[in-house]
Design a protein around this ligand. Sequence first.
Ligand SMILES: Cc1cc2nc3c(=O)[nH]c(=O)nc-3n(C[C@H](O)[C@H](O)[C@H](O)COP(=O)(O)O)c2cc1C
Length: 187
Amino acid sequence: MIRIGYIVGSLSSTSINRQVAQGLTSIAPEGVELVELDYSTLPQYSADHDADYPQAALAWKQSIEAVDGVIILTPEYLRSIPGSLKNALDWASRPWGTNSFDGKPVAIAGASVGSIGTAAAQQHLRSILAHLNAPTLGQPEVFLKFSPEDFGPDGAIVGDALRGILDGFLKAAHAHIAQHPGAATAA
Ligand SMILES: Cc1cc2nc3c(=O)[nH]c(=O)nc-3n(C[C@H](O)[C@H](O)[C@H](O)COP(=O)(O)O)c2cc1C
């Protein structure tokens, strides 16, 4: 069994990236468990916290360390990732010397209402993950232009093209994470 943590890079209650995450969960094959890594209660990061990390941040770091790999589904805000997601990654990287992403295999995807489908945001995210020393899946790149008709009322994927894209992405993410065993720490 491989445990993959997914991060939805949006705090919106109507997030389209959350819909994509739910779509991925619905097609996860036998032997792959997808669990959400929730960062919604984190305060704003400041180095002032390093000497006495808040409980929410310790729990966030532990949740990353407890999974075999991570999928990040990011929206694009102003041609980059949302500040809330960057804040969560900042918390995970500190205190200095305790980077929770160190060696953790990651795969990224994203959905936007815009036609470039988060391509600019994902390039920024790749740069951040390189600095975090998180080996990041190169292909397939998944830049989704969101179409509501791809999802049924219960959130299931009804669009065959989208299903094929997400299925290929999940298979590649699974293989990428399986190639980096030992990145997980004890739950
Ligand atoms: C502050 C802000 C900035 C945005 N900037 C971009 C952008 O640069 N490129 C883009 O394609 N969409 C942009 N959008 C539109 C988002 O693609 C859209 O809000 C999308 O639904 C966000 O994903 P979410 O529903 O998962 O939060 C922006 C939206 C907001 C609120």
